[in-house]
Design a protein around this ligand. Structure first.
Ligand code: FAD
Ligand code: NAD
Length: 401
C-alpha cells in the first residue's frame, strides 16, 4: 500500500507547528508543505519591520531548518485553489498536487470593508513585503518633505486602534528621533494620528491598564481621534465621520490596520465561510470534508464564554497545529479524533520595545515586566518551532534593549 500523503498549505504559525508535530510522530507518511516563500516569518513582529525598528531577517528563518528531508518536501509556490472534492490543490507554478489529508493554514489578509480608496492608498501590515513597504513609504515621504516643504509628507495616519495599530505606533514613536535625524526633518512637524471607529480604546483590557498604554503614546505625541469611523481614503487624506459630519485629516502615509480576514483562497475554494474564516468542526475539519483540516486565521472556533469566535491569534493557531497533527495520526491509526479545546493564556500588547500592557493568567501587567512577558512568549514559540539555535542567532534573548 502506498504511503498516505499529507499536504500542508502555509508555513506560518499554524502550518509549521503542524509540520513539526507530524514529523515528531514518526508515522509512515509523505508530507508536502507548500509556502509562497522559502522562509517562515513571525507575523507577531511585523510591526517592528513596518516601523523600521528591525529588519526582516530578525523575524524570519528558512523553512528547511524545520524540515526532515526523509519525510517532507517543501514546495515554494503559491496556492491558487483547493479542489476539495477531487482532493487536489492547484499551485501557480507546479500545477496540481493531490492529497489524502490536507492542513489548510494560509493565514490572514487585510480587510478593507469595501471602503473607498483603501486598496489604492491604504498600506496594510500583513506580511514581510507589506511591512517593508510601510517603512520604505514613510522614508520616501520624509525625503519628499525636504523637496516640497509640504507638511502632509510628515503626517502619518494609522487607521484603527486595534493591537496591530497600537504596536506599530508604539515602535514608530520610538524610532522617530532616529528617522528625523536621518532625513533632516523637523520633529515638531511630524504628526502621528490614530483614527478609531469605536469610542473606547483597547476595550479588552481593564480601563486603567488601557489608559496607561494610551497615555504613554499620547505622551510621545500621538493624536487619537476616537469614535470616528473612516469612510474614505484619498492619496493624501483620511475622511472620517464625527457626530454625523464628514471631516478629514491630511496624511501622505496611511497605514491600514483596521482588522483582518482569512486567506481569499478559502472563498475561491468554495468553503462555507464568513470573512474567509471557516467555522470548523470540533476536530478542526471543514464541515463535510473530514480529511481537510482548517487551522489558524482561516478557521473560526467558537468561544462558549462569549458566544463569539475566538479572535485570530498566533496562540490559537499554534495549538490548532498540534491538534490537527494529533488528529491525522488518530485517523491513520483508526482511533478517535481529539476535540479541539482552547483556553487563552492572556494577551500582551506592546507599546514599543520595552514597554507593554497585558493580562496574563488573570493578572494585569504594565511597563517593562509586560514587555519581558511578551518577549518570553514570542521566544518560547520560536524555540518550540524553530529551535534554540534560531532564537540565539536572531539576537532574541536581548530583553534589556
Ligand atoms: P500566518 O502566520 O499568516 O501564516 C500563513 C502562511 O501562509 C505564510 O507563511 C504565508 O506566506 C503563506 N501563504 C499565504 N497565502 C499563500 C498562498 N496563496 N500560497 C502559498 N503560501 C501562502 N497573535 C498573538 O497570539 N500574539 C501576538 O502578540 C500577535 N501579534 C501580532 C502582531 C501583528 C503586527 C499582527 C499583524 C498579528 C499579530 N498576531 C498576534 C496575530 C497572529 O500573527 C496571527 O493570528 C497568526 O499569524 C496566524 O497564523 P497562521 O499560521 O494562520 O497564518
Ligand atoms: P482588530 O480587528 O483587532 O482591530 C481593528 C481596529 O480597527 C478595531 O478597533 C476596529 O474598531 C477598528 N476599525 C475597523 N474599521 C474601522 C473604520 N472604518 N474606521 C476606524 N476604525 C476602524 O485588528 P488587528 O489589530 O489588525 O488585529 C488582528 C488580529 O491579530 C486580532 O485578532 C488581534 O487580537 C491579533 N493581534 C494580536 C496582537 C497581540 O496579541 N499583541 C497584536 C496584533 C494583532
Amino acid at each position: 500500500m502506498s504511503k498516505a500523503k499529507v499536504v500542508i498549505l502555509g508555513a506560518g504559525y499554524a502550518g509549521l507547528r503542524a509540520l513539526k508535530s507530524l514529523q515528531s510522530k514518526r508515522l509512515d507518511i509523505d508530507i508536502t508543505i507548500v509556502n509562497k516563500n522559502s522562509f517562515h516569518y513571525e507575523s507577531t513582529y511585523l510591526h517592528e519591520v513596518a516601523s523600521g525598528a528591525h529588519n526582516a531577517e530578525r523575524i524570519s528563518y528558512e523553512i528547511k531548518t524545520v524540515i526532515n528531508p526523509k519525510q517532507t518536501t517543501l514546495i515554494e509556490d503559491t496556492v491558487v485553489v483547493v479542489n476539495k472534492d477531487d482532493k487536489t490543490v492547484e499551485l501557480e507554478k507546479t500545477g496540481l498536487i493531490s492529497f489524502d489529508y490536507l492542513i489548510f493554514a494560509l493565514g490572514f489578509e487585510s480587510e478593507s470593508f469595501g471602503i473607498k480608496g483603501v486598496e489604492h492608498y491604504g498600506l496594510p501590515v500583513v506580511d514581510i513585503e507589506t511591512a517593508q513597504k510601510v517603512d520604505q513609504h514613510l522614508r520616501t515621504q520624509f525625503s519628499k518633505y525636504n523637496e516640497t516643504k509640504d507638511d502632509a509628507y510628515l503626517s502619518v495616519a494609522v487607521c484603527g486602534a486595534g493591537f496591530t495599530s497600537i504596536e506599530y505606533i508604539g515602535e514608530l514613536t520610538l524610532q522617530l528621533p532616529k528617522l528625523v535625524k536621518q532625513y533632516a526633518v523637523p520633529i515638531e512637524k511630524v504628526q502621528i494620528s490614530c483614527i478609531e471607529a469605536m469610542s473606547t480604546l483597547l476595550p479588552m483590557f481593564d480601563e486603567k491598564l488601557a489608559d496607561f498604554g494610551i497615555q504613554k503614546l499620547k505622551d510621545r505625541g500621538v493624536n487619537f481621534i476616537v469614535g470616528t469611523p473612516i469612510k474614505e481614503l484619498t492619496a493624501d487624506s483620511v475622511i472620517y465621520e464625527e457626530a454625523g459630519e464628514l471631516k478629514s485629516i491630511k496624511a501622505k502615509t496611511i497605514v491600514w490596520t483596521t482588522g483582518v480576514k482569512g486567506s481569499s483562497i478559502v472563498e475561491a475554494s468554495g468553503f462555507e465561510q464568513r470573512r474567509n474564516r471557516v467555522m470548523v468542526e470540533n476536530d478542526l475539519t471543514a464541515p463535510g470534508y473530514p480529511d481537510i483540516f482548517i487551522i489558524g486565521d482561516c478557521s473560526a472556533v467558537m468561544d462558549s464564554s462569549t458566544n463569539r469566535p475566538y479572535p485570530p491569534t498566533a496562540q490559537i493557531a499554534l495549538k490548532q497545529g498540534i491538534n490537527a497533527a494529533d488528529n491525522i495520526e488518530a485517523k491513520l491509526k483508526e482511533k478517535a479524533m481529539k476535540p479541539f479545546t482552547f483556553t487563552a493564556l492572556g494577551t500582551v500588547c506592546s507599546i514599543g520595545n520595552n514597554q507593554a500592557i497585558g493580562e496574563v493568567l488573570g493578572r494585569n501587567l504594565k511597563g517593562y515586566p509586560a514587555s519581558v512577558m511578551k518577549k518570553v512568549i514570542g521566544d518560547r514559540s520560536l524555540i518550540e518551532t524553530g529551535g534554540v539555535k534560531i532564537v540565539a542567532t536572531k539576537g532574541r534573548f536581548d530583553f534589556y534593549r
